[in-house]
Design a protein around this ligand. Structure first.
Ligand SMILES: [Zn+2]
Length: 48
Protein backbone atom coordinates (compact mmCIF):
# COMPACT_ATOMS: atom_id res chain seq x y z
CA UNK A 1 0.00 0.00 0.00
CA UNK A 2 1.03 3.59 -0.45
CA UNK A 3 0.89 6.57 1.89
CA UNK A 4 -1.82 9.04 0.77
CA UNK A 5 0.23 11.92 2.15
CA UNK A 6 3.66 11.39 0.61
CA UNK A 7 3.05 8.47 -1.78
CA UNK A 8 5.80 6.32 -0.34
CA UNK A 9 5.40 2.56 -0.13
CA UNK A 10 4.47 1.59 3.43
CA UNK A 11 3.94 -1.60 5.36
CA UNK A 12 0.16 -2.14 5.80
CA UNK A 13 0.82 -3.51 9.30
CA UNK A 14 2.47 -0.31 10.48
CA UNK A 15 0.73 2.52 12.28
CA UNK A 16 2.66 5.49 10.98
CA UNK A 17 4.26 6.18 7.62
CA UNK A 18 8.00 5.64 7.87
CA UNK A 19 8.60 8.48 5.43
CA UNK A 20 6.37 11.36 6.57
CA UNK A 21 5.25 10.07 9.96
CA UNK A 22 1.52 10.44 9.27
CA UNK A 23 -0.95 8.13 10.99
CA UNK A 24 -2.29 5.73 8.37
CA UNK A 25 -4.42 3.48 10.56
CA UNK A 26 -7.60 4.92 9.02
CA UNK A 27 -6.66 3.24 5.76
CA UNK A 28 -7.08 -0.14 7.38
CA UNK A 29 -10.53 0.80 8.69
CA UNK A 30 -11.70 1.47 5.15
CA UNK A 31 -10.56 -1.95 4.02
CA UNK A 32 -12.80 -3.77 6.46
CA UNK A 33 -15.21 -6.09 4.63
CA UNK A 34 -18.87 -5.12 4.97
CA UNK A 35 -20.39 -8.59 4.78
CA UNK A 36 -22.28 -8.25 8.06
CA UNK A 37 -25.38 -7.07 6.20
CA UNK A 38 -25.71 -10.44 4.48
CA UNK A 39 -26.50 -12.07 7.80
CA UNK A 40 -29.06 -9.38 8.64
CA UNK A 41 -31.35 -10.34 5.79
CA UNK A 42 -34.74 -11.28 7.20
CA UNK A 43 -36.90 -14.10 6.00
CA UNK A 44 -39.64 -12.36 4.02
CA UNK A 45 -41.87 -15.38 3.53
CA UNK A 46 -45.35 -14.85 5.02
CA UNK A 47 -46.38 -16.96 8.00
CA UNK A 48 -50.02 -17.43 6.84
ZN1 LIG B 1 3.87 9.22 4.16
Amino acid sequence: MYCPFCGSGINPETTFCSSCGKNITFLRDVQKPSTSQAKAVRNTFPDH
